[in-house]
Design a protein around this ligand. Structure first.
Ligand code: MEV
Length: 453
């Protein structure tokens, strides 16, 4: 067995897979068959997928589901969701349906600015740099017109560049902090190209400008990169209705009691970071699923959301809730730097279909849909938590997974769902149940055949 190799990336996909199965698996032939069995039969589509990443040997499948009945700003959507966790799509669908009859979700894009930074050291006199900055700024903008032209034609471009003195944190540390409008694209490549051009232009300016003659060593670029923290690329989504319209919950909970418990549950996630983390995780169950389905960057969205949740120095709930003048209002403020053009959005065959399913929204409309799905997810989770508890719904799906894993037939699944309706689900419990019912069926059929003889 060889565990390391050189030149792996240059090998064909089949050879890569062959080398992997022969060196890391006990039964290479069957793993070879299995993993190559997940390749798409359409070679052209497979080549597109392989082009997204490096060293691909197969495809990793995740369920592509849909949550229908989502009303956002009066428009009805069937929201595409890619997620492996059971109950998430069911919960989003249930919350969408609940709010469908209570005015649906509202969404408002508050701002759409993206951010990027050139981090550099300035060893010279800070005042000389600050005085020259208005001129430097002009030169930076002029130097990047080749990159910004197309974006400007679409209504975007560089919004602002400021010089930030960070020397109180680290000796000589400065930043060029730039904001951008990137229209319907996420804009990562656009921003990073501009930032690198800014860095080169700054160095050139210092080299050439009379005020800095002989002092070109005073500027030292550290790095140029966009920031995934985009608090000014913000969407708000909310639901509201009279408390009485929330309905009753089970035998014992009135709508007033529900609204009170619900708001307290949200408040707890503002007070306690342990709860806030799980609370926000539930929101991202919905957010990530739509972000993935539309081939946006879910790591960027997650990183940004969590930073935003800690913007006042403590990690807190991303959602808020209040009851005022008899009206229940539940809302989410979330920075969402996403795109509907560029990146993989139109290249990934299923992402393309996801966007089509949503009526090919622009970035702002998609921000609203994604945020509404996150809010719906949070509503569904808290509603379960403060009423029946979360396990009831979870265990229903868990039961199906266990039954499928045990190779249960359709009839066995139907009977088991009925049997476990009022019982605790566990892997061993389901296994024992299946063994007992199968033994009983065998006994019954041998008694029948004895009778027939
Ligand atoms: C599970 O994936 C998500 C929840 O834990 C979220 C929550 O507790 O709010 C149900």
């Amino acid at each position: 067995m060889k565990k390391s190799i050189s030149g792996f990336s240059k090998m064909s996909k089949r050879k890569k897979l062959r080398w992997i199965v022969e060196n890391f698996f006990k039964d290479p032939e069957s793993v070879m068959r299995e993993l190559s069995g997940y390749w798409l039969s359409n070679e052209k589509e497979q080549r597109i997928l392989d082009g997204f990443s490096e060293n691909t040997i197969s495809n990793f499948y995740l369920p592509f589901g849909v949550a229908p009945n989502f009303i956002v700003n009066g428009k009805t959507y069937a929201v595409p969701m890619v997620i492996e966790e059971s109950s998430v799509v069911a919960a989003a669908s249930a919350a969408a349906k609940f709010w469908m009859n209570r005015g649906g979700f509202n969404a408002e894009v508050i701002s759409t600015k993206k951010v990027g930074q050139v981090h550099f050291s300035w060893h010279g006199n800070p005042e000389t740099l600050k005085t020259a900055f208005p001129e430097i700024k002009k030169v930076l903008i002029e130097a990047t017109t080749g990159i910004t032209k197309n974006m400007e034609n679409r209504g975007g471009g560089i919004a602002e560049i400021i010089l930030k003195d960070m020397t109180e944190h680290d000796k000589g540390y400065f930043q060029l902090m730039a904001t951008f409008e990137t229209c319907d694209s996420m804009g990562a490549n656009f921003i990073n190209s501009i930032l690198e051009a800014f860095a080169a232009t700054l160095v050139e300016f210092v080299k050439e400008d009379d005020r800095f003659i002989g002092r070109e060593k005073e500027v030292d670029i550290i790095m140029s990169i966009l920031s995934n923290y985009t608090p000014e690329c913000l969407v708000r989504t909310w639901v509201e209705c009279p408390v009485a319209d929330l309905g009753t919950f089970g035998k014992d909970m009135s709508s007033e009691q529900f609204a009170d418990k619900f708001c307290r549950a949200v408040k707890i996630a503002h007070i306690d970071p342990y709860r806030a983390t799980t609370h926000n995780k539930g929101i991202f169950n919905g957010i990530d699923a739509v972000v993935l389905a539309t081939a946006n960057d879910f790591r960027a969205i997650e990183a940004c959301g969590h930073t935003y949740a800690a913007k006042d120095g403590q990690y807190r709930s991303l959602t808020h809730c209040k009851v005022e003048n008899g009206i229940f209002k539940f809302w989410l403020d979330l920075p969402l730097a996403i795109g509907t053009v560029g990146g993989l959005t139109k290249l990934h065959p299923i992402a393309r279909r996801s966007l089509e399913l949503l009526g090919n929204p622009n970035a702002e409309e998609l921000m609203g849909i994604i945020a509404a799905t996150g809010l719906a997810q949070n509503f569904a989770a808290i509603r379960s938590l403060v009423t029946t508890g979360i396990q009831k719904g979870h265990m229903k799906m868990h039961l199906l997974n266990i039954l499928n894993h045990q190779g249960a037939s359709e009839t066995e699944i139907k009977n088991a769902v009925e049997h476990f309706n009022d019982k605790t689900v566990s892997v061993s419990g389901v296994r024992d149940y299946l063994t007992a019912t199968r033994e009983q069926t065998d006994k019954d059929s041998s008694t029948l055949s004895l009778k027939a003889e």
